[in-house]
Design a protein around this ligand. Sequence first.
Ligand SMILES: [Fe+2]
Length: 396
Amino acid sequence: MLHGRKQINKRGSSMNDLSSPLAIPAVTGLGEKGLDITLPDGKTHYFNYYWLRDNCPSSFSPVTRERSFDIFHLDVPPRAKTAELEGDMLVIRWQDEDHITRLPLSWLETYAGGKSRHDPADLSRVAWFGDHYPSVPRFSQPELVADDATRAKWIEAMLVHGFTILTDMPDSDEGLTETAELMGCVRPTFFGTYFDVKTHINPTNTAYTAGALELHTDTPAEEFAPGIQFLHCRVNTVEGGDSLYADGVAVANDFRQRDPEGFKLLTEVPIPFYCEHDTYDARSRQYVIELDQHGEVEGLTISQHMADIFDLDQKLLDDYYPAFCRFGRMLQEEKYMMRFLMKGGECMVFDNHRIVHGRAAYTATSGDRYLRGCYVDRSEMRSTYRALVSEGRFKA
Ligand SMILES: [Fe+2]
């Protein structure tokens, strides 16, 4: 690579011989608000002076790893006096400040053209269908505790498939806590830090009965419904009670093809959810089908037992209700439905914004069925994954 020491003054005329072909990389112009630079990719990119000054490596504390520079209190807008290349670095001397900024060209390339920063946790999802059970990624809980590389593979499987099964769980209440904390902090809901799923005498939730539980995502009435659900099966000896799971991404992707108008309504019209009892009255509005930053289906929020009265325009409901029902019926098609019997010592871990779950009815007197569950937010999961697999910007 050519790294000539070329300097441009603030009026934009190069101090090099302009009759010779411009070497790459090269600073090609200093403007009033930013500069142009041709980077090793051969393209000329514009960078704003505020951005260049704010992101000078000296702006960040190596101890706290936070930004320590205060751009709000510059006396005048930042402007380069000179900008030159020194080896693989762009060196800027500032006009009204006794400060020099050195930025690696490779670093500039990663942000050129307004590119988003690479995110190792932004992985493509792989949709799965009703025959998925034998292929579900499985991990032994003690191995996750012992080995960070295995833990990274587990979280990667969660990001891609949204559903994993852990085996060899400790048979204790603490076992669930210890497991959830391998991914992040336990996230409380209005049910508390944990919930126990067994039949209750005075149930406050359909889950606490022996009846069938339709496919749903949990606690949609919360403004930010919890992200990852852990369901630790301590014992399951009842007759019936098959677990039902379906991949919302698989169903919604097919719905998008089969019923584009219905898909549009379910992604654009928020509907109300509620959860109300003596001491709580949670309400929120959610989109049934959620899209990510790329416009891809990210997941679902759906729960018939927590759907509030649709307080929407009645003419809109002429179209919305049929679409909602078409999608709800699709969710229950055998093509998508994974059924299996949970075993004691297993823990289901699934993305509560993507995977719908339910349960067939069981006979309460036929044996014991006890599940203990908790949640971890998705941002915690992604944060842990990035820390495990990437160098970040500050690791030595
Ligand atoms: Fe649930």
